[in-house]
Write a protein that binds this ligand. Structure first.
Ligand code: FES
Length: 105
């Protein structure tokens, strides 16, 4: 799928990735700033925090570990908050926009 990452300054980065790639991996592989992924995708660091207000297509449910980690994000948690490493992209997410928060630390 192709997805768009929108940075806090309004800059947009279009990224094409394989189905089965997490939001965090897609961003890191393409050098999108503002998504760190420090723990490598284990839901242990919160540095892959994203807002999915403008997401389209399916997304996984928030699991209990992710839910707990979302309480310690650097930017405020919103109803649309997810850890980017816990959301896997598929073809039905084509055209989705992913909003990058102000800070990850
Ligand atoms: Fe660490 Fe997602 S990469 S929580």
């Amino acid at each position: 799928p192709q997805v768009t990452f929108r940075l806090p300054d309004g800059t947009e980065h279009d990224v094409v990735c394989d189905s089965g790639t997490s939001i965090m991996r897609a961003a890191v592989q393409s050098g999108v700033p503002g998504i760190v992924g420090e723990c490598g995708g284990s839901a242990l660091c919160c540095t892959c925090h994203v807002y999915l207000d403008e997401f389209i297509g399916s997304q996984s449910e928030i699991n209990p570990v992710e839910n707990e980690m979302l309480e310690c994000t650097a930017s405020p948690r919103k109803p649309s908050s997810r850890l980017g490493c816990q959301v896997v992209l598929g073809s039905d997410n084509d055209g989705a926009t992913i909003i990058v928060p102000e800070a990850q630390y």
